[in-house]
Design a protein around this ligand. Sequence first.
Ligand code: MTE
Ligand code: HPA
Ligand code: MOS
Length: 752
Amino acid sequence: MTTGVPVPHDNALAHCTGAARFADDLPEPPGLLHAALVLSPVAHGVLGAIDAPPGVIVLTARDVPGTNDISASGKGGEPLFAEASVQHHGQPIAMVLAETRDAALRAAAAVRCAISPLPALLDMEEAIARESFLMPPQVVARGDAASAIGTAPLRAEGTFRAGGQEHFYLESQVAIAVPGEDGEIAITSSTQHPTEVQHIAGRVLGIDYTRLPVTCRRMGGGFGGKESNASWIAAAAALGAWRTGRPVKLRLARKADMAATGKRHPFLFRWRAGFDASGRVLGLEATLAADGGHSLDLTPGVVFRAITHALNCYDVPAVRITAMALRTNTVSHTAFRGFGGPQGVLLMEDVIRGVARGTGLAPETVRERNFAGGPNDTLTPYGQALEGDLIRRVWAECRQDAEWDRRRAEIAAFNATHPFIRRGLGSFALAFGISFGVRHLNQAGALVHVYTDGSIRLNHGGTEMGQGLNVKVAQVVAESFGVPLDRVRITATSTAEVPNTAPTAASTGSDLNGWAAHRAATTIRGRMAEVAGALWEVPAEEVRFAEGRVFVARPGDNRAMGFADLAHRCWMERVSLSATGFYRTPDIHWDPATMTGEPFFYFSYGASVAEVAVDLLTGEHRVLRADLVQDCGRSLNPAIDRGQIEGAFVQGMGWLTCEELYWDAEGRQRTLGPSTYKIPGSRDVPPVFNVRLLQDAPARQDTIFRSKAVGEPPLMLATAVWNAILDATGLDRIDLPATPDRILTALSARGS
Ligand code: MTE
Ligand code: HPA
Ligand code: MOS
């Protein structure tokens, strides 16, 4: 078995030694020009003349031969380079090309753009008041929420905000475009979505996709930030190559990357709920407003995930959730690990705390009383079943791991004696839907070749961003052929090898590409079995592949040969050893007219408990301990999954506690580098960090080798930290991120 075992990341050593080549490490092609972007210094304005110093090659919207539109939706309104107006601070206006990167950066800084400033719309409340929407508000409703709230014995309401998040991938956005023969431009891109790079470059240049092969060997992190934003970076490089006939590299400096690329959507929440003395929520009305920035990008999908995750793993009989996508003069917000889910699941946390205050119950009791499903499954308000037994299992096991009751008492004793440190415990439980909200993206292809020495070349449509997708898919292929993992060679993602792919996103990489690769491998294995069966005069079904050998599955029949020998024999017999595999997720559907359906193939479940210590004098805090239980089904690779859970949790902690984006009153981003934007460091990792994969986790759906997705869900487990901070301080509300500044301000306002 090569799946289900803890295999290291295929590039673990190469990443650490620097041997792994990222796009900027590749040898530079002769004649390479370096590109630098000219970004808008203002948030909103009318764009006039663009003046460059003499001798500088400057490309603007006027140089676009095709369509100046980089919208993922294809609906327009998202120019590569600004045309008549600028809509946000940091918007690309032009691109400069020069012989060296330094020269390009200097020249870009010397370009002058005449802009007459206009008032900038920056605030979410103001955007709501002015109905500045990117798309019509969406509503998911069941029952009569207003009257359920009206007739409930108790009521509560709340409002809070969650900030956005910068991806801060270690490798900033980069693409290299190399002109070839006959109008071809080969693109190397650090992208989660090579096919969309191909499409956007094709649209901008007005040329066929066949002339635009796109390759990505690996990214130095993507986290959603390279799902749509990588496409326009690559299109800009391709435009430079098309204009000059020379190779062009565009690599954004950190500051330019933070200014010009989208982030996680900030959200504003408002809700009112009716409940009873037992803590059962009877009715809930809520509005979730997402700040989409100046253009659509992937906001419809983010809003969809927020609205379908607003009840998380809880059941509320009468509910009405409205989700809005606000248009403001900020950079267009985009995919970020969880894709609106992390924001959506915050809603019930505030509701649960409100109900706990109203009833005098512990939030954990309120949680338990409102879990969806009993022994049976219950439906989400949009009509999909949740597995109540699994929610309860992850929850119960996590509370047990965390020794909840003992530590509750211990913490109370500590708090009673310490003059200014307050410790607190917080919990969280999660049901996260797996599948792309957009149905057609739930497909994948793979291409497998077996060579006559028995080595196997694997290519699939997914991209590697550090998450371990390649090793997982290679494990699947090795297991399909019954060969050791080192027989399978992982190759760069390429639109020329596997075309028309979906982005590697929505945590579906191994689900989709694992199945596609398994099918390709199974096709070849079937042909190989026929050859062996003919040789041994047994039916092909009786030929088995295991441990690098091929044999007859009959007691007493010892005939066998090496996998490589059979591969060679197939060649001699003129049998093809190459195949494609294709997979589409079955049984998913959604009706936008009624906002109902079963959009997710399955749910991933998790639970967490976090302990914090807050310094009441400074507002600073530390996470002292975290206990996490994450359902990964039958994990393809427990070592990789564990790494994903740990990394996601810490990234979630960063979003909720220290990473703060700040736009000044004129709409200029003021957090454009690590000096002003704080991501968690190694010392923020909880010193006691108990991460556990749910054992014997059933995967009810037919997932690849019964595994479950892991990339995004554990980010949300960090929500327990928010609850722990509120528990420690006794505050009713702290907006996110819960920075020391916010905590101290809230404590001062309360007067403690
Ligand atoms: N892990 C690493 N190391 N780097 C990343 O960029 N991206 C996350 C997650 N884990 C990311 C990561 C996001 S946003 C997603 S959607 C998934 O990986 C995508 O990969 P998968 O579908 O193969 O899990
Ligand atoms: N997640 C990430 N990216 C996406 C999704 C999603 O659910 N839908 C479309 N793009
Ligand atoms: Mo992940 S936000 O779906 O790339």
